[in-house]
Design a protein around this ligand. Structure first.
Ligand code: GDD
Ligand code: MG
Length: 349
C-alpha cells in the first residue's frame, strides 16, 4: 500500500491564523502534542505507523518549503522510516486533479496498477494513531477487491460542509456498500439525512487500487481521465488548464464502486473556530484559551493569542483570534462565515 497526502488546501475557515501563504495543515495548535507538531506532521506520524510506508505528498509549489522543513523536523520522531516523494502543483485545482497528477507520477515511475493507495487529508485530527492503522489495513483488503473505500463518521448535527454517504445493508459485517454520496448538501437536505439515520459523514479519506480509480476517472471525469493517456511532464505543463473540482464531485458522487468503513475513533477536520473550541481544554468558565490572556467574567469563549497579551471583560460565546497583522472578533456560532471574509479580502487584493 502507498499513501497520498493532500497538502495543498488553503484552510480559509481558520482565518486569520490560517493564511493563503501559511495554510491550516502547517499550523501548530495545542491539540497536537501541545503545539509541538503541525496537523501535517501529525498526519505523517500517523501514516508512518504502517510499516515501510511510501508517502507521496502533493502540495502547491508555493508551499514546498513548509513541506520540506516540516518533514525534516518530524523525521527523527517517525517510528518506521517512511520514504517521501513530494509532488508540486503549479496551481491549486482542488483534490481531483491533485490525486490524478500524483497517480500519473506514480504510474510513470512504474507502480503496479493493482497497488492500493490510501489518500489522506493533512489537516485533520484522528486518534488514537495505533487504532487508526487497523482501519488502514482493513481498507487495504477491501480496496484490493476493486472498491473505493470511504471512512464514515456518524453525523453529530446537520452540517453543510461535509459529504453525506447513504449506506446499504452491509456487504459483510465490517463494511457497507454505498448507495448514494452527496457532497455538501444544503441545510434542509442535511437535516433530512440526519433524520433518515442511514447516512454517514464522509471523513475525506479514501483507499482504492490504482486501476480502479483510473477507470473511474475515465468514466466520470473524462477531462481528468485524459491525464492517464499523456506523459507526466505534459500533464504538469498543462495543469493550470484542468478543471477545478474535488474528488467528491468528480468521482464519489457518480461511482457505483464505493464502500464505507465506519470510523469509530476520534475524528475532527477542525473546520471552524467552533470545532477547535470543542476539542480544546476549557477553564472553569468554559473558555478555551491559547496564549497569554486575562479573561474576567468571560464565558464559553475561544481566545487565541499570538504575541500580544489579551484581556477580555464580560465576553460571552465569543471568538477572539489575534495574529500579527489581523484580529478576528466573532460571535460563536457564526464562524463558518469566516470564509466570506477571506473571499472579500482576496477580491480586494
Ligand atoms: N494538493 C492539493 N491541492 N491539496 C488540496 C487541494 C489542492 O488543490 N485542495 C484541497 N486540498 C487538500 C486540503 O489541504 C485537505 O487536506 C484535503 O485536500 C481536503 O480538502 P478540503 O478543501 O479541506 O475539503 P473539504 O473539507 O471542503 O471537503 C472534504 O473533506 C470533508 C471532511 O473534512 C470532502 O471530502 C467532504 O466530502 C468531507 O466531508
Ligand atoms: Mg477540509
Amino acid at each position: 500500500m502507498k499513501f497520498l497526502v493532500l497538502a495543498g488546501g488553503s484552510g480559509t475557515r481558520l482565518w486569520p491564523l490560517s493564511r493563503k501563504n501559511f495554510p491550516k495543515q502547517f499550523l501548530k495548535l495545542p491539540t497536537e502534542n501541545n503545539g509541538c507538531e503541525s496537523f501535517f506532521q501529525k498526519t505523517l506520524k500517523r501514516l508512518s505507523l504502517y510499516k515501510d510506508a511510501e508517502i507521496f505528498i502533493i502540495t502547491n509549489e508555493k508551499h514546498k518549503f513548509y513541506v520540506v522543513n516540516q518533514i525534516e523536523e518530524i523525521s527523527k520522531k517517525l517510528k518506521n522510516k517512511p520514504a517521501f516523494e513530494i509532488i508540486l502543483e503549479p496551481a491549486s485545482k482542488n483534490t481531483a486533479p491533485a490525486i490524478a497528477l500524483t497517480l500519473k507520477y506514480a504510474i510513470q515511475k512504474g507502480i503496479s496498477p493493482e497497488e492500493v493507495f490510501f489518500v489522506s487529508p493533512s489537516d485533520h485530527i484522528v486518534k488514537p494513531d495505533e487504532e487508526f492503522v487497523g482501519y488502514i489495513k482493513d481498507s487495504e483488503e477491501i480496496a484490493k477487491r476493486g472498491y473505493i473505500v470511504t471512512f464514515g463518521i456518524k453525523p453529530a448535527r446537520a452540517e453543510t460542509g461535509y459529504g453525506y454517504i447513504k449506506v446499504k445493508m452491509p456487504e459483510t459485517e465490517t463494511f457497507y456498500r454505498v448507495e448514494k454520496f452527496v457532497e455538501k448538501p444544503d441545510i434542509d437536505t442535511a437535516k433530512k439525512y440526519i433524520e433518515d439515520g442511514n447516512y454517514f459523514w464522509n471523513s475525506g479519506m479514501f483507499a482504492f487500487r490504482v486501476d480502479t480509480i483510473v477507470e473511474e476517472f475515465k468514466k466520470h471525469s473524462p477531462e481528468l481521465g485524459k491525464i492517464f493517456e499523456k506523459p507526466y511532464d505534459e500533464v504538469l505543463n498543462n495543469f493550470e488548464t484542468l478543471p477545478d473540482i474535488s474528488i467528491d464531485y468528480a468521482i464519489m458522487e457518480k461511482t457505483d464502486r464505493a464502500a464505507l468503513l465506519p470510523l469509530n475513533i476520534f475524528w475532527s477536520d477542525i473546520g471552524s473556530w467552533e470545532s477547535l473550541y470543542e476539542i480544546l481544554e476549557k477553564d472553569s468558565a468554559d473558555n478555551a484559551v491559547i496564549g497569554d490572556s486575562l479573561n474576567i467574567q468571560t464565558e464559553r469563549s475561544l481566545i487565541v493569542g499570538n504575541k500580544r497579551f489579551i484581556a477580555t471583560l464580560g465576553l460571552k460565546d465569543t471568538v477572539v483570534v489575534e495574529t500579527e497583522d489581523a484580529l478576528l472578533i466573532a460571535k460563536k456560532g457564526e464562524c463558518q462565515k469566516v470564509k466570506e471574509i477571506v473571499k472579500i479580502l482576496s477580491e480586494k487584493a
